[in-house]
Design a binder for this molecule. Sequence first.
Ligand code: ADP
Length: 361
Amino acid sequence: MDATPQAPSAPAAAAISLVKVRKEYADGTVAVTELSLDVPAGELVVLIGPSGCGKSTVLRMVNRLIEPTAGRIELDGEDVTRTDPVALRRRIGYVIQHVGLFPHQTVRTNVGTVPRLLGWPRRRIAERVTQLLELVGLEPGRFGDRYPHELSGGQRQRVGVARALAADPVVLLMDEPFSAVDPIVRARLQEEFLRLQRTVRKTIILVTHDLDEAVRLGDRVAVLSEGGHLEQYAPPAQLLAEPASDFVREFVGADRGIRRLSVTPVAAAPLTPGAPEPDLPAVPADATLYDALAAMLTANVDRVAVRGAQPATLTRDALFAGLAAEHAGHAGTASGRGTASGRGTASERGTASAKGMASGS
Ligand code: ADP
């Protein structure tokens, strides 16, 4: 007889607080000197920094695959550094670069791993697995009975995400989740993942070394330097507009101005209302300035139509004016747009070109 499942009223997402967390490995290496970081519930925070700065160590301390030497880690105010690590890990989904699917188990069995460990009734597991496969864009009837080697890299990654979400964890930890797939599949997975996150609203900490990925996915980005030193913790647009130190300025690169296009919505620019001229290239109302400039350059024109409830035109001059205004908006502020409640609109997050979930990659 199956055991009773977890209470369905468990919270969907938990705030994470790292309080003066330190990790010194047995050989004396201080991977993280003393890090404090608050991740609000339902936000996606990206940890980025040069190789060896302590990103993975921080991530693994949260689910206690690595035990901190000092400090506290709290989930919704509860210190989890002294609770049972196995029980803790069942509340935390974990996605890694090479997915780590069990090779001799089908997709369904892989996805159902944690619910099985939790003793959910069989039928509830089956229903949950079907629901999750649909959520990540894998047709259950087509993919459920396959083995991992019968999937593409992108499909395996989706199974990994579905498995991590299976028991509705309060936190999702992702360590370079998209870096094992080629750039085209990666971009598609990132878009899909953002859409998924809008549905499930987990608290997510994601480690990457890819700045484009960080600004595309993160509600906030934490830039770390050696020893897990926090150089800046800010929404992507603010990070690019106002690097807080020389280290961050160098890290985000001389092309940070161009990158800002992809985190600034078309709506930030002064649009000309009214029906656009026919034959202009068009972008959706939730597009970014990057999408708009790309459309102008591709068609070799100096304006684009903005589709939506209120049709408008965006000129090249207005585009640059919008970028400058966004910059001014960030200058001198401690918290740029979107910091308080976190999540920006789809366009702020550069997702305008998101396509429907495809199972083909
Ligand atoms: P990142 O993820 O940013 O590349 P890591 O967290 O993997 O960095 O590593 C941070 C530092 O800790 C590095 O100097 C690394 O060599 C060191 N380190 C990682 N794991 C161990 C370990 N098990 N023993 C000793 N040093 C380690």
